[in-house]
Design a protein around this ligand. Structure first.
Ligand code: TXA
Ligand code: MG
Length: 324
């Protein structure tokens, strides 16, 4: 048995040789390749069945890389990096010439983040290159937050899989576009907006959750089942149970995605799964409903602040509604 460090070194060598590797970040699993190797990056798109107009995030292990990958680094970026990196904040900059077009889907901009996970940081360090990586799931599916999701979606199609060790947050990074003035939120995520707003005023559209990043389409993060999101309201448990009963009468297999606090209040005749303490089970619950043949999922809405904002954004996208 090799030690974790030996595995990381093997994975890094594979990245250097143009292979693709699944690795954990603090948010979700990523599928990585050398950001400068166009053939390797192309493999990522193909394996995920991801459209080529959906750009990738570059993962770095030190801030110095940003100055090479970016045309000009605004002062505010330095403040944000100092405060939140390593961590779940992705920043969008005007790209320098060394970043290949395939990595940024032909955009003049590049997305960069420094993950806060010791395995990913070591992997990037030993690879001696920025690692371009989307989430390690098939395109359109919920992001992979457990090893079993990775195996199911990508199992034998990648060159190496590194396991996590540390628990994942379970929601992707927050994306902030620094090429806009004021900086604009492109995706609500694991870093709460309030924290960013304590440093810089940002523009937020789309019901406070975000505008759309390129390549992100309605119906994203989706299970196969039809998903209905019920906004947070009084008596939400009895409201959802009535709705569930109605579908059950129609002969449909119904699942309820519940907050942790209400999980035990639902009747045991329904298939109920909880978000988990900090919502970390959101994506695994959606995947499990599919595996269990659930046809309709009714999700309990949560307060739209902190991580809850990102959770509601993902639920609406998974339900096929872009905003709401
Ligand atoms: O937490 C995360 O961000 C995870 C982990 C693996 O780092 N990554 C992730 O990657 O969620 P992905 O590819 O699933 O989502 C990245 C999003 C895409 O919606 C893409 O459109 C956006 O980032 N993006 C990438 N480059 C961009 C750019 N230059 N301008 C605007 N949006 C960009
Ligand atoms: Mg993704």
């Amino acid at each position: 048995m090799s030690t974790q460090l030996e595995k990381i070194k093997i994975a890094a060598q594979i990245i250097k040789n143009g292979g693709i590797v699944v690795f954990p970040t603090e948010t979700v699993y990523g599928l990585g390749a050398d950001a400068f190797n166009e053939k390797a990056v192309e493999k990522i798109f193909k394996v995920k069945k991801r459209p080529f107009n959906d750009p990738l995030i570059l993962h770095v292990s030190n801030k110095e890389w940003v100055f090479k990958l970016v045309e000009n680094v605004p002062k505010i970026a330095v403040e944000l990096m100092d405060k939140f990196w390593p961590g779940p904040l992705t920043l969008i900059f005007k790209k320098s010439k060394i970043v290949p077009d395939i990595t940024t889907a032909g955009l003049p901009t590049v997305a960069i983040r420094m993950p806060k996970n010791s395995v990913s940081l070591k992997l990037i360090k030993y690879s001696q290159t920025p690692i371009a990586a989307p989430s390690a799931n098939l395109f359109g599916k919920p992001s992979a937050t457990k090893m079993e999701h990775v195996i199911k979606d990508l199992g034998n199609k990648v060159d190496f899989i590194l396991d996590g060790g540390e628990p994942l947050i379970g929601i992707e990074s927050t994306i902030l576009d620094l090429t806009k003035s004021p900086p604009e939120l492109l995706r609500a995520g694991a870093l709460p907006i309030k924290e960013i707003a304590s440093i810089v005023d940002i523009k937020i559209s789309g019901h406070g959750r975000a505008v759309r990043s390129p390549g992100m389409f309605p119906k994203h993060y989706s299970p196969k089942a039809k998903l209905i999101v019920v906004k947070k309201r009084d008596e939400i448990v009895s409201y959802i149970q009535k709705l569930a009963q109605k579908y059950k009468k129609e002969g449909k297999k119904v699942g309820i995605l519940s907050t942790e606090e209400n999980k035990n209040k639902y009747s045991s005749k329904f298939c109920v799964k909880g978000f988990g303490e900090k919502y970390q089970n959101l994506y695994s619950a959606l995947r499990e409903f599919d595996t269990e043949g659930i046809k309709i999922i009714i999700a309990e809405g949560v307060e739209e602040n902190g991580l809850g904002l990102a959770v509601m954004d993902r639920l609406y996208k998974a339900s096929g509604k872009w905003t709401n």
